[in-house]
Design a protein around this ligand. Structure first.
Ligand SMILES: [Fe+2]
Length: 196
């Protein structure tokens, strides 16, 4: 386990042995990557079960095998500020197909959104209605690259911008079974006990 960048509490990027196997398994689904819209593609449980042993600290982090999801972002996609799910606080992500360094993820200050209305789209997200990015300055920016896994704080408002890219970007994103109870700090403590 090698930390590439510790930007707590927003993200921690790292690499570890096993990452390459995760990528190869996901690339078997390459025929699914050609989408016109942002797509949440759930891998079959059988594939998740195969990938699981290559995920660091998978026994402690207790991942949901039904929620081994590929997030597929075609060129031109901008996803406005949101927090994931109704109560997810943290995720573990893996770069699967990223062909350039143009896609930016930004985290904002949660307190700036206290008075905004939230759209949950049936309980799958917490999107800010009428988010105007020009009115907010990101607290942290991340450019995710191949060779990287990341502890991702999904409980701080974030957006991502693939609008200047001409490539489809694919990441794998995992959630724990008891997602509402797990926080960024819990993943950090379990994955990197030496730095907490
Ligand atoms: Fe998100």
């Amino acid at each position: 386990m090698v930390i590439i960048e510790d930007a707590s509490p927003y993200f921690i990027k790292f690499n570890y042995s096993g990452y390459d196997n995760v990528v190869s398994e996901c690339l078997k689904f390459k025929s699914e990557f050609n989408k016109e819209r942002f797509t949440h593609y759930r891998l079959p449980v059988m594939t998740a079960t195969k990938i699981l042993p290559w995920v660091p600290e998978h026994k402690k982090l207790d991942f949901n095998l039904s929620r081994f999801s590929l997030f597929i972002s075609p060129p031109g996609i901008y996803y406005p500020a949101h927090r994931d799910g109704l109560s997810y606080k943290v995720g573990l992500n893996f770069a699967i197909q990223i062909e350039n360094e143009t896609c930016e993820t930004h985290w904002y200050d949660n307190t700036e959104f206290d008075n905004y209305e939230i759209e949950t789209r049936g309980g799958v997200t917490r999107d800010i209605i009428n988010f105007k990015r020009e009115n907010h300055i990101p607290k942290k920016t991340m450019i995710f690259k191949m060779g990287e896994a990341v502890i991702f704080n999904t409980d701080i408002y974030h957006d991502f911008d693939n609008t200047t890219s001409d490539k489809t970007r694919v990441i794998l994103t995992l959630r724990s079974n008891y997602a509402p109870l797990w926080k960024f700090e819990d993943y950090k403590r379990i994955l990197f006990p030496a730095i907490v």
